[in-house]
Design a protein around this ligand. Structure first.
Ligand SMILES: *Cc1c(COP(=O)(O)O)cnc(C)c1O
Length: 412
């Protein structure tokens, strides 16, 4: 008799987004005239920029001719793309990487999940609360946790609460942990970490032989000078950190699929016999066996992001989203609502007015303003009482949504 992986049964089966969809459908069925504005999504809405489209087409045309046809590519990605990323994305930050330290992939959701393959199940993991649910659920799926308690905390996982009280800066875990997930700029809170704060994490990790998984999916949204775009801007990080990046939010590749993972050659962890083993080698082995690379036209399209025109066009789209974020943030603040993020990230994390619960606010916002957002409690117990609005949307809709919220909650 075949058995399932029972760890999957510990998960609260995809509760958040289906529940949002159910409530929105129920409301719109009852009120077909309501113009509902959706600011709940974590997906881009603007099309790919012209330079990317042109390169994408050229990549496809190459496949039409025998002389330029490409079959299986390197599992690690084409060297020309890794080289370009090292030169254009990292060298300007003062970070020197070899192409062999950069692994091109089909996205950082997959990589941040798959990376667990090369590390022992006995490692203790620390995650922020609230958090991008992928880090959490993949650890439950692989069997690193026990069951969830009434609050939603799983036995065996270390949670680091991030709330307004600690300025969304997680405290160092008191118990010994081996793997720490950090995401800056943060989803869902939209907050960032300073160089000093990241330096403290790097020092902490090195002192304890721990590894940091650093998710920089939103680094292109950083507007304030001095905020690190990469963990490797911090001295010592190459000894202790893996960085995940993605073209998804940077260049609208959520449906195209391309990301990258950096594993520096000097990053090691110990084997059962106490030997130090380079994680770059293990990941290379893992990818070579379980992955067949990203398609050639997609890598050509990704390379175009770093062309002069491509980067200008991509930045214009990012600025469009950031302007949306500003409009939302200023509107909410004018209505007397406390909000965070939205300056270096496409998310606004707000404290629900009148101390409403996250779902209570969701319902009120839907019924009275016809605006959809994401309840903070869906990202973890410490997200209760908070709410996420996304800046991915059209300008008119964003303005309308803000107007409705201000009319409802604005100080009279
Ligand atoms: C959107 C997002 C990503 C990107 O995932 P892809 O698989 O590359 O599309 C990674 N991390 C976080 C926190 C995100 O919100």
């Amino acid at each position: 008799m075949a058995r399932i992986n029972d760890n999957y049964l510990k998960l609260k089966a995809g509760y958040l987004f289906p529940e949002i969809a159910r409530r929105v459908k129920e409301f719109s069925d009852a009120h077909p005239e309501a113009q509902i504005i959706r600011l709940g999504i974590g997906d881009v809405t603007q099309p790919l920029v012209p330079a990317v489209i042109e390169a994408f087409h050229a990549g496809v045309d190459d496949l039409a001719k025998a002389e330029t046809f490409h079959g299986y590519g390197p599992e690690q990605g084409y060297n020309w793309l890794s080289q370009l990323i090292a030169e254009k994305a990292y060298a300007p930050l003062g970070v020197e990487l070899k192409p062999s330290e950069i692994f091109i992939s089909d996205g950082s959701k997959c990589d941040s999940a798959n990376i667990l393959d090369i590390l022992d199940l006995g490692n203790k993991v620390a995650i922020c609360d609230p958090v991008y649910p992928v880090y959490h659920d993949t650890n439950v799926m692989i069997g690193r946790s026990g069951e969830a308690d009434a609050k939603g905390y799983y036995e065996g996982i270390v949670y680091m609460p991030c709330t307004a009280e600690n300025d969304f800066t997680p405290a160092f875990p008191e118990e010994k942990v081996d793997i720490i997930y950090l995401c800056y700029p943060n989803n869902p809170t939209g907050t960032v970490a300073t160089k000093e704060q990241l330096k403290a994490w790097v020092d902490y990790a090195i002192a304890r032989n721990a590894i940091i998984f650093f998710d920089a999916a939103y680094e292109a949204f950083i507007t304030e000078p001095g905020i690190p775009h990469s963990i490797y801007e911090i001295d010592g990080a190459k000894q202790c950190a893996i960085e995940f990046r993605s073209f998804s939010k940077t260049a609208g590749f959520t449906g195209v699929r391309c990301g990258l993972t950096v594993i520096p050659h000097e990053l090691t962890a110990t084997s059962a016999t106490g030997e130090k083993v380079a994680l770059n080698k293990l990941w290379n082995r893992r990818q070579s066996t379980k992955f067949n690379g990203v398609s050639y036209p997609v890598q050509r399209a990704a390379a175009a992001v770093y062309s002069e025109q491509g980067w200008l066009q991509v930045k214009e789209v990012i600025n469009f989203y950031l302007e949306n974020a500003k409009i939302i943030k200023q509107g909410l603040e004018a209505a007397g609502i406390d909000c965070y993020g939205g300056v270096n990230a496409p998310y606004i994390w707000l404290k629900t007015p009148e101390n409403m619960g996250s779902w209570e606010f969701f319902d009120k916002l839907l019924k009275e303003c016809h605006v959809v957002g994401t309840p903070g409690s869906g990202f973890g117990p410490s997200g209760e009482g908070y709410f996420r609005l996304s800046a991915f949307g059209g300008r008119e809709n964003v303005k309308k949504a803000v107007k409705r919220i201000v009319e409802k909650w604005g100080k009279k």
